[in-house]
Design a protein around this ligand. Structure first.
Ligand SMILES: Cc1ncc(COP(=O)(O)O)c(C=O)c1O
Length: 313
């Protein structure tokens, strides 16, 4: 399965859980999402799926990814943990590929404390997903011709969590619109500061939600002040924590497939899941010298307040 090198470890760990090989592919320099051309180069006859992750304030290039999937008969599983409410060509993310996955863990812009959901338009996949989340059970109304037994466990969200989520849907559209307007404002304003660059928003992105807001920093324009110092200084000015992007998974202390003996299906598999075998220079550069990341509550500020924050950069 093709997975971008820049993502939370869960995206790749989910592949290991089904005995698949997460093939780490580098990201685009201007979206920090899966680079479709590098994904194309990584496809082999054994590839089954592409997992684009819509990260920060960017969406993966779904036109190109769907084209690749059609060409090579692959499934597309969208990881939308960061992008509740975003749209690609007017269609909600999660409904663009074959399957969409969302996280409602407590830091997300829609949250139930913990939990998530998965969606699909395909009847067979739907029954399969239902069974996977519910100890292998068949859905009571399922058409048996769409169902087959599967080993699984309990991945159900509780009614209490669902109720907390449903209540948030009332305010969510207004929050989404405010965050999007503020993001556009920040992109315009930051883009005018030499050495700072907003992320690319492709014209196919008809709505952009976000969990974290990213922009790019060029140390050369700031007397080679390292990005960590810039993040610390900005955090001190804004009285908040300002971070960088995830460790690329090939170097992440949180992605260690070799620490679990159950992943040793064969020597060949063991070698194939070694994250260190992948080369991801763009993700590595973005991580170590470039990315600056703020959390979504900042994007709910009034524009005067954001302007004030910007004047401190
Ligand atoms: C990109 C991405 N994928 C998957 C997940 C996993 O979500 P959860 O923590 O709900 O399992 C996260 C969580 O932070 C994430 O950021």
């Amino acid at each position: 399965m093709i997975v971008p090198a820049n993502t939370w470890q869960a995206t790749a760990a989910a592949c290991l859980d089904v005995n698949a090989i997460p093939v780490l592919v580098d990201v685009e320099p201007d979206t920090y999402c899966l680079d479709p051309e590098k994904a194309a180069a990584a496809i082999t006859p054994r590839t089954r799926a592409i997992i684009p992750v819509h990260l920060y304030n960017s969406l993966a290039d779904m036109d190109r990814i769907l084209e690749l999937a059609r060409q090579h008969k692959l499934f597309v599983i969208e990881d939308c943990a960061h992008n509740h409410g975003s749209q690609w060509r007017g269609r909600g993310v999660g409904a663009v590929g074959d399957i969409g996955c969302f996280s409602f863990q407590s830091s997300k812009s829609l949250n139930a404390g913990e939990g998530g959901f998965v969606m699909t338009n395909d009847d067979r996949l739907f029954e399969r997903l239902y069974s996977l989340r519910n100890c292998g059970r068949m859905r009571p109304d399922a058409d048996p011709s769409n169902w087959e037994p599967v080993q699984s466990g309990n991945y159900r969200i509780s009614e209490w969590q669902a109720a907390i989520l449903l209540a948030q849907f009332e305010r969510f559209p207004a929050q989404l619109a405010k965050r999007e307007a503020n993001m556009t404002f920040l992109n315009e304003q930051l883009g005018q500061i030499e050495g700072l660059k907003p992320m690319l928003r492709r014209p196919q992105v008809t709505r952009q939600g976000l969990y974290q807001y990213a922009f790019r920093y060029d140390p050369e324009a700031f007397n080679e002040v390292p990005v960590e110092a810039f993040r610390r200084a900005l955090g001190a000015e804004l009285n908040t924590s300002v971070g960088g992007m995830y460790y690329p998974l090939n170097h992440s202390p949180l992605y260690q497939p070799h620490t679990k003996r159950r992943h040793h299906l064969s020597d060949e598999y063991w070698q194939a899941i070694d994250p260190k075998r992948f080369n991801t220079p763009i993700a590595e550069r973005a991580f170590s010298t470039e990315s600056v990341i703020l959390s979504h509550p900042h994007l709910l500020a009034d524009q005067d307040n954001l302007g004030d924050q910007l004047s401190r950069i």
